[in-house]
Design a protein around this ligand. Structure first.
Ligand code: MEV
Length: 451
């Protein structure tokens, strides 16, 4: 006989409990030492109740705050402007790598960046039985109706110079019977615009329905329309920025002991491998997003949206590939990235989150275009640093050195023990097992290192 699943941890009305009530229920039901855990989680509450209310308001069922380091990578020069880039990330080496690459390129002309275009989009998916060609032929009239019918929603965006730009129909009925798509294109100025786009789409679906049944469009009594859903697309192939660095190969200098010509060749090859091999491309692009996500988070933007768009863009040729490319032309080394970056610098969390606000201040209150360029440059810096390590010393040398502190903490090393660990591993390859052995050895010899 099958055992009944335990219901002891099912709860109803959890969301109605006070914050302390929720926390109490969680610690009592899921932890061995409820009192200790309660104390610990409460200790991460913000001391200012108003600030805490703002943070709690960002989600539901909050019981504490989850802390991540807030770091800065200085020495970025992008289009001749200097920046210190704020980064929220939990992985060691990322900030050091970004800072290092930023400094390296600041001495070689800095990063160059440009927004290729900043058009966002969303679609009404619908079922339709009728003459699709008539919809196609009359779409400009529909655009006019949507623009005037959505005036209430778009007024402020229109005043800021944005709004609804255009529309397009797409026939999906070959793959799913009677299925079609109406895509609207938007300029959302400096805002990410997700709510704006979704509101316009929902109103547009009603306008579309009326329009389709109107005598001008509906050719017969059998015409049928039904909205399936209205949603923005996180794939924004028309909201794209590029960044690049370039210099004569000789100006690269010696890199991690490697001569510039050899370095440039090996670097070029490594990027080519990421272009042709999806398995490497995934890791290569992950390195890019180490930097981009960290800055997206620090500025209160949606890193899931940015990642989703980036990976789809990386597969736009039909095969998943690198987001960056390297060229060597007449002894000039150029490294370039291009990717979609749908972000905002006004509205949403950018104003609400106290530290996101500071991040934008630190960056000099950038427009959305400027932040897109900083993001692309940060991704490129991260990618340059990772590939530079990979083709010279290997990634583990620098990575494990940065990781040494985390290992020491995990092993509860004292300050003196950490100093001994650092000295011992200064010229050695670091592995977790080796640090454990070293520390065991040190402790069993009362602090004297056995040779
Ligand atoms: C680690 O977080 C990121 C790297 O693996 C990126 C890469 O391999 O290019 C170092």
């Amino acid at each position: 006989m099958e055992e009944e699943p335990s219901k002891s941890k099912q709860v109803s009305g959890f969301s109605k409990l006070s914050k302390r009530g929720k926390l109490g229920w969680i610690v009592n039901n899921f932890f061995k030492d409820p009192e200790l855990v309660m104390k610990e989680l409460v200790s991460y509450w913000h001391h200012d109740e108003d600030e805490q209310k703002i943070i709690d308001g960002m989600s539901e069922n909050t019981i504490s705050n989850f802390i991540l380091p807030y770091s800065v990578a200085p020495n970025f020069v992008i289009n001749q402007r200097e920046y210190a880039v704020p980064l929220v990330i939990e992985e060691s080496s990322v900030v050091a790598a970004a800072s290092n690459a930023a400094k390296f390129w600041s001495e070689r002309g800095g990063f160059h960046a440009r927004v290729i275009s900043r058009i966002k989009e969303g679609s009404v998916y619908f079922l339709f039985k009728g003459n699709f060609q008539v919809l196609e032929n009359n779409k400009q009239a529909l655009l006019g109706e949507i623009k005037s019918g959505c005036k209430d929603i778009t007024r402020r965006m229109d005043e800021r110079g944005g709004g609804i730009l255009d529309l397009a129909f797409e026939d999906l009925s070959n793959e799913e019977p009677d299925s079609y798509k109406l895509t609207l294109y938007f300029d959302t100025c400096d805002s990410m615009g997700a709510n704006f786009i979704n509101s316009v789409l929902e109103s547009s679906s009603k306008i579309l329905e009326r329009w389709i049944y109107s005598p001008e469009i509906s050719e017969s009594a059998t015409t049928y329309y039904e909205t399936i859903m209205c949603i923005l697309s996180n794939y924004t192939p028309r909201c794209v920025a590029e960044a690049w660095v370039t210099c004569p190969i000789s100006a690269l200098g010696k890199i991690n002991g490697m001569l510039p010509d050899e370095f440039a060749d090996r670097f070029y090859k490594a990027v080519r491998i990421a272009q042709i091999d999806p398995s490497r491309a995934t890791t290569h692009n992950k390195g890019i997003f180490n930097g981009i996500d960290a800055l997206v988070l620090a500025t209160g933007n949606d890193f899931r949206a940015i990642e989703a768009a980036g990976h789809t863009y990386a597969a736009r040729s039909g095969k998943y590939s690198s987001l960056s490319e390297c060229t060597i032309d007449n002894d000039i080394f150029t490294f370039r990235i291009e990717l979609p970056l749908s972000i905002g610098t006004v509205g949403g969390l950018t104003k609400l989150h106290p530290i996101a606000r500071r991040s934008l201040e630190l960056l000099g209150h950038p427009s959305a275009d400027e932040l897109m360029m900083i993001l692309a440059s940060t991704g490129l810096a991260q990618n340059f640093a990772a590939v530079r390590s990979l083709v010279t010393t290997g990634i583990q040398k620098g990575h494990m050195r940065m990781h040494l502190q985390n290992i020491a903490w995990q092993l509860n090393a004292t300050t003196e023990e950490f100093a001994a660990i650092q000295a011992h591993f200064a010229d050695k390859t670091i592995s977790y097992a080796d640090v454990v052995n070293f520390l065991d050895n040190l402790r069993s010899n009362n602090g004297v290192i056995a040779q």
